[in-house]
Ligand binder design. Structure first.
Ligand code: SF4
Length: 331
């Protein structure tokens, strides 16, 4: 791919963005770069609508600055993240807030030193938060670049190269945002709306669009997980997970499959998270069958940072108790 003059294409893109861009997203109008950073972390693997409707504002209300976030207990951060999934993100964000002493670095190299900040997030914060002239490549932009430049088989590094080459250095932020919106609103994965695209006349993929719309089948891993349910009055035995995707969060105590007694089975359910299709089995256990536990009052679950999987398990237990006509009012 050779450098060329993109002036008129840049103008068409910006015009399209002015008319069609998602200008009302609050992080696009934020004066505090922390808001941009938070939105980028929350939006990893999560839809805009969910972040906007349920998480972004309550999180900022509780942690209005990086400084406040850095000085809060981790449990409070998990509590505000509860249900959003990918809890490693919350912990990384929290550790980054501590690492940078409440002031977010303002260049890519320094941002990359923070926890969980990869090339995309570092560049997005610099472009959307500081207005720097740096290219950005997320899934949507990658698709637009791949198609526009005819880079069917391009590796990630080539797409970053293309993003830099294509960058509008006069309006870099709006340029990147326009590509992002174009990817999510027009250059759709299965059926791109080329007739409505400002890049149509010079896009390499238009004439052979079928070659760019074949989707790859996702590979999922099946996994069985076993948890113990031990209740004492209104309290439930929980433990802090010491690894995996729920690291440091409160979960029900995990069990070894061989230690599970069939007659103690409460029930099972399916749960999907990242690339895993989990089959969760819940067993009644006595306290002496468990290691170190933390007793948590059932009335506190609503405000605690527990995962959707744990919430489902608690619900399963409550429903089973109801069927067996045992007391469940606490769950
Ligand atoms: S013309 Fe079509 S394929 Fe090319 S960038 Fe636009 S929507 Fe995507």
């Amino acid at each position: 791919m050779q450098p060329k003059n993109f002036h008129s294409v840049h103008q068409s893109l910006l015009l399209w963005y002015e008319k069609n861009g998602r200008h009302d997203l609050p992080w696009r109008n934020a004066s505090d770069v922390y808001h941009v950073y938070l939105s980028e972390v929350m939006l990893q693997q999560t839809q805009v609508r969910r972040v906007l409707e349920e998480y972004y504002f309550p999180f900022l209300e509780r942690f209005p600055t990086l400084e406040v976030l850095a000085s809060a207990p981790l449990e409070d951060v998990f509590a505000l993240w509860s249900g959003l999934g990918y809890y490693r993100r919350a912990k990384n964000l929290y550790e980054s807030a501590k690492l940078c002493g409440g002031v977010l670095p303002c260049d890519v190299a320094q941002l990359l030193r923070l926890r969980g900040v990869g090339r995309y997030t570092a560049h997005a914060v610099c472009s959307f938060g500081y207005g720097d002239a740096v290219g950005v490549v997320d899934t949507n932009i990658a698709r637009v670049l791949r198609r526009y430049f005819g880079l069917k088989e391009a590796k990630e590094a080539q797409l970053w190269e293309a993003a830099e080459l294509f960058l509008n250095r006069t309006s870099p932020t709006h340029h990147n945002l326009s590509l992002m919106d174009l990817g999510s609103l027009v250059c759709l994965p299965k059926a791109p709306l080329c007739h409505a695209c400002p890049l149509e006349t010079s896009c390499r993929a238009v004439k052979e669009i079928e070659a760019y719309t074949q989707t790859q089948k996702k590979n999922y891993s099946e996994k069985n997980l076993f948890f113990g349910m031990c209740v004492d009055g209104t309290k439930v035995a929980m433990c802090h997970s010491d690894g995996g995707m729920y690291k440091d969060m409160l979960t029900l105590p995990p069990l070894q499959e061989r230690a599970c007694r069939e007659e103690a089975l409460v029930g099972s359910f399916r749960h999907s998270v990242t690339k895993y299709r989990l089959h969760i089995y819940l067993y009644r256990v006595a306290i002496h069958e468990l290691g170190e536990v933390v007793w948590v009052d059932a009335s506190d679950f609503a405000s605690l940072g527990v995962s959707s999987m744990t919430k489902k398990a608690l619900r399963l237990y409550a429903d089973t108790m109801k069927k067996e006509k045992r007391c469940t009012k606490h769950f």
